[in-house]
Design a protein around this ligand. Sequence first.
Ligand code: ATP
Length: 215
Amino acid sequence: MNQNKLKVILGGTFDPIHYGHLRLAENLHNLIPKAQITFMPSATPPHRETPSVSARQRSEMLELAIKGIEHFNLDTRELQRQGESYSLLSVNEIKKENPDTRIIWIMGDDAYAKLHTWFGWQELVEKVSFVVVARPGALQSEPAKAVVNTLSQCCSIEELLTFSSGAVFRHICPLLEISASNIRELLMRNLSCRFLLPESVLNYIKQNDLYSHKG
Ligand code: ATP
């Protein structure tokens, strides 16, 4: 398979980026050797509260976190678009730029359980495949029946890669029990977040006085 035409995307709010996200991405790099992992921050996420920190700052933190890691890159297209950050619009743009690109979307099972509420999800699942991981520390979240019935269920990454789209593989791998909400909570209470996220990101947070106030 031509890996050059493969785009492996980890979307999210990254409010802020932490080692849980980075380890998830690294696991996917191990799973699909030679694959570049693309972090795609959401400017205005449709499925959750608008982040307190601006899209530009969240993306600057991402840039610091992945600096020097050759197999990670950043796609800021959702920051340049007006309106809600619908994944389908990004997928359509990527396909327009290069119709042969095969897209794999990575997500935690908490996000997968809500996939049926995403804008144009039926069209989205026709255009991408998914690798879903169990989010550590969270209750097991079950996906909607409609989503399960629509996607081809794969037992391995090799099987998933035989599909151009419309497939899902549930990958079991060790992950880190870190959440952005817990980090925000610690920062708000002026408690240490060391070892949960890169030092460079923590320094950026301190320099810009982020997450220190409620609301
Ligand atoms: P919060 O903790 O506030 O819910 P979050 O980190 O889940 O924030 P996002 O930044 O949107 O929110 O997460 C991006 C993606 O990374 C989602 O698919 C989410 O399921 C996944 N994810 C987040 N943290 C982890 C983790 N520790 N391990 C594995 N996957 C994670």
